[in-house]
Design a protein around this ligand. Structure first.
Ligand code: FES
Ligand code: FES
Length: 206
């Protein structure tokens, strides 16, 4: 993993408590109902410099129609054009899990997904998990179990963890570890992450 620490996105001076909120909810803005970042809500996004292709897709419940660089990754589209910076760039090579999002309900590495491929599809990022003012049970469980240190891997961990439960694979600690093996935590917060998933699984199953 490269370039992977709390100085990303201006987080270097925040307190650990703030990082807990940021990691669990990705950004403070992610805790409010409107999911798209300011850049997406405002006027026209910056023009692309290379060849483009039109896409129309739904991000966190909101339809987005735009021209995207035909060579861009979904990760860069989310972060740089839609200002959804909760999804993190770790390795940018499909090896760390920091960029995990849900595409049509399934977890994918957004750094390996072409932006042009999202046409007609549903994307959910960490900003789309909370409902109104209520954190997703997985976000709450990560806070409850202190399942992060720097918080950089946390959005990707949470997105994979939600899929682990919804796909019925959070059956025991070994199965959870297997499912989560693609999400690397440089801080080694795995004990808390496992405990959080076990707690959230119980809540999510009702
Ligand atoms: S950024 Fe590491 S898997 Fe995508
Ligand atoms: S990389 Fe720091 S909490 Fe996982």
């Amino acid at each position: 993993m490269t370039d992977h620490h709390c100085s990303h996105d201006g987080l270097s001076e925040v307190t650990r408590r703030t990082v807990l909120k940021v990691g669990a909810g990705a950004t403070a803005a992610s805790l409010v109902p409107l999911r798209l970042g300011a850049q997406a809500q405002g006027a026209t996004p910056p023009p692309e410099s290379g060849p483009t292709t039109p896409v129309s897709f739904v991000v966190n419940g909101e339809r987005v129609t735009m021209d995207v660089d035909a060579r861009a990754s979904l990760l860069d589209l989310l972060r740089e054009r839609l200002a959804l910076t909760g999804t993190k760039k770790g390795c940018d090579h499909g090896q760390c899990g920091a960029c995990t999002i849900h595409l049509d309900g399934r977890p994918v590495a957004s750094c390996l997904t072409m932006a042009a491929k999202v046409d007609g599809r549903q994307v959910t990022t960490i900003e789309g998990l909370a409902r109104g003012g209520d954190l997703h049970p997985m976000q709450q469980a990560f806070i409850d179990h202190d399942a992060l240190q720097c918080g950089y891997c946390t959005p990707g961990q949470i997105m994979s963890a939600v899929s682990c439960v919804t796909e019925g694979l959070a059956t025991d600690p070994g199965a959870i570890r297997d499912f989560m093996s693609g999400n690397i935590c440089r801080c080694g917060a795995y004990v808390g992450i496992l405990a959080a998933i076990e707690q959230a699984a119980g809540v999510m199953r009702g």
